[in-house]
Design a protein around this ligand. Structure first.
Ligand SMILES: [Fe+2]
Ligand SMILES: [Fe+2]
Length: 166
């Protein structure tokens, strides 16, 4: 298995998009199924956000200062998604706002992942060598083992908030 950081993050994105697609295809009157899909989305996003916030963003910011603006924009985009995720995690699928909130989350995160893949990852790959990307990937794989899986866990939201207010 490749430990390249960008390959790893793209694989996460693919899994997240798959759940987005399942939600969009669930149709009307599928509250129970949608509830389970959103639980999975929340889990995937919490883990993915954690490893980006803990390793990828701070390390790219340190190693490639020219990409600082992109990293700061990413923190803000993650922050918006984190708020929606925290609200969704506290809602039942029968709630009036559940579908609309999930739809807005999907739109926001899809935009963010597209931007990372089309714009940001190519710049990072150009700036960092293969070895550095493998080291970052290995650290993220290791961190995934202890990453929070829900925003209710203290480490889930804290880092994201620290990043946007500090
Ligand atoms: Fe991201
Ligand atoms: Fe990402």
């Amino acid at each position: 298995m490749s430990t390249d950081a960008i390959v790893l993050l793209k694989t996460d994105h693919k899994d997240i998009r798959e759940q987005f697609r399942r939600f969009q295809q669930a149709g009307e009157n599928a509250a129970a199924a949608k509830g389970r899909i959103v639980e999975k989305i929340i889990e995937l996003l919490t883990v993915h956000t954690y490893i980006e916030n803990e390793v990828m963003y701070p390390e790219v910011r340190r190693l490639l200062p020219d990409l600082e603006d992109d990293v700061l924009e990413s923190y803000e985009e993650h922050h918006v998604a984190d708020l929606l995720v925290a609200e969704l995690a506290a809602m039942t699928p029968a709630a009036e706002h559940f579908d609309a909130k999930t739809t807005v989350l999907i739109e926001n995160v899809s935009h963010h992942m597209d931007e990372e893949e089309q714009d940001w990852f190519p710049k990072v790959r150009e700036g960092l060598g293969r070895k550095q990307l493998q080291d970052l990937g290995e650290r993220m794989i290791e961190l995934k083992k202890t990453a929070p899986t829900s925003p209710a866990q203290p480490s889930g939201l804290k880092k994201a908030i620290d990043a946007v207010i500090s």
